[in-house]
Design a protein. Structure first.
Length: 108
C-alpha cells in the first residue's frame, strides 16, 4: 500500500541543522528498507495560486485555497504493508522532523 505522510508546520524552510540531519537519517532508513517513494518540502502557501479551469472558467486566484496558521510544509510518499506500519513510520518521521504529521492512504 502507498501512503502520504504530510508534515504540518506554521512556516516553511524552518528546520534546524539537527532536524535536517535527523530527517536525512530517516530518509536513508526509508530507502534502505524499501519504504521510500519520494519526499520533499513545500514552499509557503503565501506563494500559492489557485486555478479553477472547470468549464473553461479560467479563474486564477493568488494565495492559498485555505488560510490557516498551520499547513502542509512537506511530505513523504511511502510504501507500507498496512496502516499499522504506516503509522509507525509516521511516528518516526514526526520525531525526526520535530513536527506534527498526518497520514493518509493513497487511493488507486
Amino acid at each position: 500500500m502507498r501512503f502520504i505522510i504530510a508534515v504540518i508546520d506554521h512556516q516553511s524552510r524552518s528546520a534546524s541543522t539537527d532536524e535536517i540531519a535527523a530527517i536525512d537519517a530517516f530518509n536513508d532508513g526509508l530507502q534502505a528498507n524499501g519504504h521510500w517513494i519520494i519526499a520533499c518540502g513545500i514552499d509557503s502557501p503565501k506563494v500559492a495560486t489557485v486555478i479553477d479551469n472547470r468549464d473553461d472558467l479560467g479563474l486564477v486566484t493568488p494565495g492559498p485555497l485555505f488560510d490557516h496558521d498551520e499547513y502542509m510544509s512537506g511530505f513523504w510518499l511511502i510504501h507500507a504493508a498496512d496502516m499499522e506500519e504506516a503509522l509507525k513510520l509516521a511516528a518516526a518521521g514526526s520525531k525526526a522532523c520535530n513536527r506534527k504529521v498526518e497520514v493518509r492512504p493513497l487511493l488507486g
